[in-house]
Design a binder for this molecule. Structure first.
Ligand code: HEM
Length: 370
């Protein structure tokens, strides 16, 4: 492909080559490199403030990337996420209670898809209860960035400011939450600066909110259109983890969004030579439907014998929050279909507004009744 800047880039559509390149140390994600071939040109930098924030390790290479990432590994372990499950269930149930207390119809994105992951992030970061309303409103405004760029950008700035305040408060009085633990273990030793901790926290919000928020309605839509599968899941809830894996593969909501990469050296792959300096984008949505790897890739089938999808990426940048994302989705779908047995779509599926223009795929709205 050609980038807007005229630079050359490669779009990787096949599973084997995608996986190979995602683990190749000659590929960089360091967006701060002056020669980085960004897919979307960055806003003009007037030198007053860097657009790259300290601590946002998704756009760094090892060893800098490793330095930050390893501080968070234990926060997202299976054990830690299992401890969070009861609270996630509480969030999901109270969101459904609110739906049940009002009119039995509305937009599932607004009523359920957006609030659930926003509240989970509140729990994760230790946002005080009194601020939940404000936090929810800001994340909701941020999610509308594609429809209203000015509004979304303003919300992102406000969220950064809010998170900075949260870090400052925690530095004074660390609580028993992710920020508090990092303050005690890493700020106290001087390993982590105030700015870097704020950047890490902001990354967790930006990476962990809209991804889940988009998966929820897409999954609900898919399952409502597969009544036999849904009946099976209702009869055997032990199948939910499989269903979630298949939904992740099938929709692959993080496509090119987190994917800007650059070749540091010439790399030969599939008989082509990617030249040093070329951009490389592994398209997860294509890779996860590669018929050389997945049988009947366009079919939604929760009984695939093996489902080694790359919806969470692969290699050093593989999603650090995958255990949490899986728990959120398993609980959200299961409870929604258990508690709203008459859930149905009230719009013509062909008329739904999909985020073809968003950086993460999803639905703008999903009109439903219950
Ligand atoms: C990275 C997908 C949920 C935090 C990634 C990457 C993908 C991804 C594909 C790799 C990006 C790359 O290689 O360039 C998803 C999907 C999610 C999800 C599909 C939900 C369905 C979450 C959650 C969190 C999170 C819940 C945390 C709260 C992160 C972080 C990174 C990341 C911090 C950067 C990792 C690194 O660079 O080392 N995610 N994610 N994600 N994700 Fe997720």
């Amino acid at each position: 492909m050609r980038l807007l800047s005229g630079r050359r880039g490669w779009v990787v559509l096949r599973y084997a080559e995608g996986r190979q390149l995602l683990t190749d140390r000659r590929i960089s994600k360091d967006l701060a490199r002056p020669d980085f071939p960004a897919l979307v040109p960055a806003p003009v930098d007037d030198g007053s403030e860097s657009i790259f924030q300290d601590g946002e390790f998704i756009s760094m290479d090892p060893p800098q990337h490793t330095f930050y990432r390893r501080m968070l590994i234990s926060e997202f372990s299976v054990r830690r996420v299992d401890q969070m499950r009861p609270r996630i269930l509480g969030i999901v149930d109270s969101t459904i209670d609110t739906m049940l207390s009002g009119k039995p119809a509305g937009d599932l994105v607004e009523k359920f898809g957006l609030p659930v992951p926003s509240m989970v992030v509140c729990q994760l970061l230790g946002v005080p209860y009194a601020d939940h309303g404000l936090f929810n409103e800001l994340t909701w405004r941020m999610a509308r960035i594609t429809t209203d760029v000015a509004e979304g950008t303003a919300a992102i700035a406000e969220l950064r400011e809010y998170l900075e305040g949260l870090v400052t408060r925690s530095e004074r009085e660390p609580g028993d939450d992710l920020i508090g633990r990092l303050v005690r273990s890493r700020r106290a030793t001087g390993e982590l600066s105030h700015e870097a901790l704020t950047g890490m926290v902001a990354l967790l919000l930006f990476a962990g909110y809209e991804t889940v928020a988009n998966m929820i309605p897409l999954g609900v839509l898919t399952l409502l259109r597969q009544p036999a599968t849904l009946a099976e899941l209702r009869a055997d809830p032990g199948l939910w983890p499989r269903a979630v894996e298949e939904l992740l593969r099938y929709h692959s909501v993080v496509d090119w969004a987190a994917g800007d990469r650059m070749a540091l050296e010439d790399i030969e792959v599939a008989g082509q030579v990617i030249r040093a300096g070329d951009a490389v984008v592994v398209l997860n949505a294509a890779v996860n439907r590669d018929e050389r790897f997945f049988e009947r890739p366009d079919e939604f089938d929760i009984h695939r014998p093996s489902n080694q999808h790359l919806a969470f990426g692969y290699g050093v940048h593989q999603c650090i929050g995958h255990n949490l994302a899986r728990a959120e989705l398993q609980i959200a779908y299961r409870r929604l279909f258990e508690r709203l047995p008459d859930l149905r779509i009230t719009a013509d599926v062909d008329d739904l507004n999909a985020k073809y223009d968003g950086s993460i795929f999803g639905l703008y709205d999903l009109p439903v009744a219950w």
